[in-house]
Design a protein around this ligand. Sequence first.
Ligand code: ATR
Length: 282
Amino acid sequence: MASQDRFLLAGVMGYPVMHSRSPKLHNYWLEKHGLLGAYVPLAIQPEGLLAALKALPALGFAGCNITVPHKVAAMPAMASIDPVATRIGAINCVTVRPDGSLHGSNNDGFGYIASIRERFPDWRAEAGPIVVLGAGGGSRAVVAALADAGAREIRLVNRTRGKAERIASDYGAPVVVQDWEQRADAVADAAMLVNTTSLGMHGQPALDMPLDRLPASALVSDIIYIPKETQLLAAARARGNRTVNGLGMLLNQARPAFRDWFGILPEVTPELRAMIEASIPA
Ligand code: ATR
């Protein structure tokens, strides 16, 4: 064990937060790298958020993750916010700088792209039209990352069209909006289909997404990881499409956060993935 002058601290602020897999993930890396420290779930209610963030430097925290419902509300407490997070309009990571000021970032988009590339290294964002279902916070991170990765056409389809139009006007090209009712046709010549809605998640209604017109060559991804295989992914796999679930996004978004806090970029190993998978209901 390296000699350390203090116990390393980080955590995740959310409410509810006990379901988060992030403590398992970061504590695995702390131990793996011989670092004395802990990553803890911080159950913070909205009215306590700003005080909790302000307390991070005094408590000696290296930083924390931010999850539901605080990803937007935490932003005013930041002394600086990186351009990617500014564009997404939300942060999922706070780093305490040496002078005690707070820096906000958002690694969800990085995690998303990394999760696709780790499964399919030859994947290319510019391979053809990409259809993205949903226009919430998850969608904003995924769409920004796909655009930055070189996507030429991102068809954004959302039940509430106005929310998709807001993303299109915030991001500009290559985002185009199509009606939710047109989703079955929107995938006709698509290279990729991504679900960022909450439909299909454990405890949520199913996603009704006909795949008849989707090319067999298309990649289908879902940012949901509970259950491990959503009905969308099961249906896509059954007809021969390549699929990626949301677990890789969770695992990979954590890597740059750990690096920013503790100075080491950790790896997503098969052992780590298996450990987190084992904690998720089938
Ligand atoms: P997150 O920040 O995790 O993306 P969110 O902001 O609550 O979550 O967004 C949830 C997404 O799922 C939205 O795109 C939402 O569509 P609306 O913008 O129309 O609300 C979508 N969604 C949730 N329930 C839905 C349903 N029953 N039918 C269609 N879309 C649904």
